[in-house]
Design a protein around this ligand. Structure first.
Ligand SMILES: N[C@@H](CCC(=O)N[C@@H](CS)C(=O)NCC(=O)O)C(=O)O
Length: 343
């Protein structure tokens, strides 16, 4: 394809940053549409989310797609080379799981920190409206700040951020940074010597946590400068040569990656399972225990689907590859996600 691929999003959107960094790494030429004003002649997606990617349809027009995870797989089919999906199915499953962790768990920390403490609320509220229009008058900007902050704070419940879950989310953010910090001492990327889609998912959330919102950014700069540097570098990997670089060898899983999976098993796993069960039973609240602390939130239907999709990935594996995945998940707490009784 020689045309520029249109992508619409905003700098304050972690999923937009995930996709932009992925497009740069994959050397897929794109045009980045920021804000609604420049997208008036573009088709609307089925669900109103960003980023939106516009692909040619069979009638010579464009079709709008949202949801970064399937879009990344679509791009793999359309553009050859510099793949972000390991060819080894067991490694691809690991990559899928860690991508979903970034998208669905790290985003809880991202949204929580942005809209929980006043210093972060003030900064995001003041800057984000200008991503849509830098020429807003100061009066309009002040009004948008108020409206936008109020709307987002009222949506904290969606990701499960509340007074009960605050310590769980904040402890897990610090532990995640610590695990990533240890892993980066050995490998340049989560997925090994080259980045997988999991790297871009985690990077997307970290652009906000580590580089923008003052509370989580201060923690990262103070305690994990290596992770801070990794986020800045991952923004543009267009010059990274990976012809001879391999994804991680899952049959000899590095201990640092096992530790990262164990962290995933502590938080994402119990919450995803409890959420699915609450949806199944039509409960009004998800209630579980994470690291000995209470977790309570309203059920989140989209994350119920995420767990189903993860299980579809697992079910697609051959018997041999499933056994390899079982071996790498063993003892991490992640095995219950795909345990036979649960499938
Ligand atoms: N699963 C989606 C999530 C996308 C998403 O949640 N985008 C946020 C912004 S980062 C959004 O558009 N929220 C609705 C809004 O802001 O109105 C993906 O991976 O692309």
């Amino acid at each position: 394809m020689s045309e520029l691929l249109p992508i619409r999003g905003a700098p304050g959107s972690p999923y937009t940053r995930k996709m932009l960094a992925l497009l740069r790494y994959r050397r897929i030429p794109y045009r980045y549409i920021q804000g609604a004003r420049d997208a008036t002649d573009m088709p609307q997606p089925k669900v109103s989310l960003i980023p939106i990617l516009y692909f040619p349809d069979e009638h010579g027009g464009l079709t709008a797609e949202v949801d970064s995870t399937p879009i990344i797989r679509h791009l793999e089919d359309e553009y050859p080379g510099r793949s972000v999906i390991p060819s080894d199915p067991a490694a691809a499953f690991l990559n899928y799981l860690l991508e979903d962790y970034g998208d669905e768990w790290l985003t809880k920390a991202m949204f929580h920190y942005r809209w929980h403490y006043q210093v972060d609320i003030d900064m995001a509220g003041s800057i984000l409206p200008h991503y849509h229009d830098v020429s807003l008058s100061d009066e309009q900007a002040a009004l948008r700040k108020k409206q936008f902050s109020e709307r987002q704070i009222a949506r904290l419940y969606v990701v499960g951020s509340n007074e009960t879950t605050t310590p769980v989310i904040e402890d897990s953010y610090r532990r995640y940074l610590s695990c990533l910090n240890e892993h980066l001492k050995v490998y340049p990327f989560i997925m090994g010597q080259r980045p997988g889609s999991a790297d871009f998912a985690c990077f997307g959330q970290l652009t906000q946590l580590v580089q923008f919102d003052p509370t989580p950014a201060a923690l990262a700069a103070r305690e994990f400068p290596r992770v801070h540097a990794w986020v800045s570098k991952t923004e543009d990997l267009s010059g990274l040569e990976v012809a001879n670089a391999e994804f991680v060898e899952v049959d000899q899983l590095p201990t640092t990656l096992k530790a990262l999976l164990t962290e995933v098993g502590r938080t994402y796993v119990p919450v995803m399972l409890a959420n699915a069960e609450a949806l199944d039973q039509g409960l009004e609240m998800v209630s579980t225990v994470v690291e000995g602390k209470t977790w309570e939130q309203q059920p989140f239907p989209y994350q119920g689907k995420c767990l189903q999709w993860l299980r579809v990935e697992y079910a697609r594996l051959s018997t041999d590859d499933r056994a390899r995945v079982d071996a790498l998940l063993a003892g991490t707490g992640c095995e219950t996600l795909v345990a036979p009784a649960a499938v």
